[in-house]
Design a protein around this ligand. Structure first.
Ligand SMILES: Nc1nc2c(ncn2[C@@H]2O[C@H](COP(=O)(O)OP(=O)(O)OP(=O)(O)O)[C@@H](O)[C@H]2O)c(=O)[nH]1
Ligand SMILES: [Mg+2]
Length: 360
């Protein structure tokens, strides 16, 4: 899974990125500190996998990862190339979801590009840029597709209709996610990859000690089908530089219950409606995987390896806690908690899945 971080200059994107990755991205009170996108691959730790691995006598634990991309700040006019604009947007086209950092803290030492902090306006400024960028892409694509549509190509006709609806919506200020793709050509969305079609998680960058998303931003998130969490990016970035024990004691001194970053990672997963499943077998690495809710054993096999999907025979499935409880596969088999499932089995969150397949 890939996630792009967007927001106005100085909103706190690189601070969040640093906190997420523990890497020292270049943080400075200076607009356009970030020029090349910073890319970081962050392991998603899962206590369940830690428990499953010894029960399955696995060799080691390999958690699934999320890739975060920190890009430069967007300003009004970014889609026209203002302040390095378009080039940054291209960097996040191929992501699965967007984390939108909105500044809420009003530390006077941090310059605001519009001179005054206003979370809702700031969010809308960035979203307008994303929609303008989509509009330009859609118009360019329409030019090409309409030629093919005139030639009577059925696929092109469907795409042309969708592009016209999309352009009308974007011109009216509605994001691409509100325009459903044609039923017979759902892949057109992926071809264009509109930025405003991606699911959004708002991260309200709040003052240290404050702990909630401001009302207008919360309402805005709710009305667009998005989610919002609040964290203090700078504080989290500082905590990320400490070792675990120090960070824990500092957290309890500050009265923070848990890592704000966990909220961000969990928010990103639930946004995409992803569930976790595990693979674990004797002397092999125990791994966690994320797949969309509703996916089948066949889909899971394909995620792990195309050969597994091609040669799919059956899946052996057990909920993670039952495997841990039984202490191993042999005991689970005796207890009858290890089930044999076919390719259409819908994977449940926390399943441990063994795919049996014939090699090509
Ligand atoms: N007081 C306060 N300052 C913060 C917070 N988060 C970030 N800052 C400061 O804001 C400034 C900008 O932070 P960055 O993370 O570099 O912002 P950015 O969005 O990456 O900025 P660009 O890359 O220039 O677009 C730095 O001086 C940070 O220390 C916060 O939660 N509270
Ligand atoms: Mg930055």
């Amino acid at each position: 899974m890939k996630v792009g971080i967007v927001g106005l200059p100085n909103a706190g994107k690189s601070s969040l990125f640093t906190a997420l990755t523990g890497a020292a991205a270049d943080i400075a009170n200076y607009p356009f500190t970030t020029i090349e996108p910073n890319v970081a691959v962050v392991p998603v730790s899962d206590q369940r996998l830690e428990a499953v691995a010894p029960a399955a006598k696995a060799s080691k634990v390999v958690p699934d990862t999320i890739e975060f991309r920190d890009i430069a700040g967007l300003v009004a006019g970014a889609h026209r190339g203002e302040g390095l604009g378009n080039q940054f947007l291209a960097n996040i086209r191929e992501t699965d979801a967007i984390v939108h950092v909105v500044r809420v803290h009003d530390d006077p030492n941090v310059v605001h590009p519009d001179g005054r902090v206003d979370p809702l306006r700031d969010a809308e400024t960035v979203e307008t840029e994303l929609m303008y960028a989509d509009l330009e892409q859609a118009e360019r694509r329409l030019e090409r597709v309409s030629k093919a549509a005139k030639g009577g190509e059925r696929h092109a006709i469907a795409e042309e209709g969708w592009l016209r609806d999309l352009i009308a919506a974007l011109q009216a200020g509605r994001p691409a996610r509100t325009v459903p793709p044609p039923a017979d050509a759902p892949e057109v969305v992926k071809l264009l990859s509109p930025l405003s079609a991606k699911p959004v998680l708002y991260v309200a960058n709040i003052e240290e000690g404050a702990d909630s998303v401001p009302e207008p931003l919360e309402d805005h998130a709710r009305s667009t089908g998005a989610r919002a969490v609040a964290i203090s990016a700078r504080l989290e970035a500082e905590l990320a530089e400490l070792d675990d024990a120090e960070a824990d004691s500092m957290r309890s001194d500050l009265g923070l219950e848990r890592s704000g970053l966990e909220a961000v990672v969990r928010g990103a997963f639930s946004l995409l409606e992803l569930i976790a499943f595990f693979t674990a077998d004797r002397d092999k690495p125990a791994q966690s995987w994320h797949i969309r809710r509703g996916a089948t054993a066949w889909d899971a096999a394909g995620l792990i390896h195309t050969d597994m999907q091609r040669g799919f025979v059956r899946a052996e499935v057990i909920p993670w806690d039952e495997l841990v409880d039984a202490g191993g596969y042999a005991a689970a088999r005796e207890r009858g908690t290890l089930r044999i499932e076919g390719r259409d089995y819908v994977v449940a969150d926390g399943d441990v899945v063994l795919i049996r397949f014939t090699s090509p």
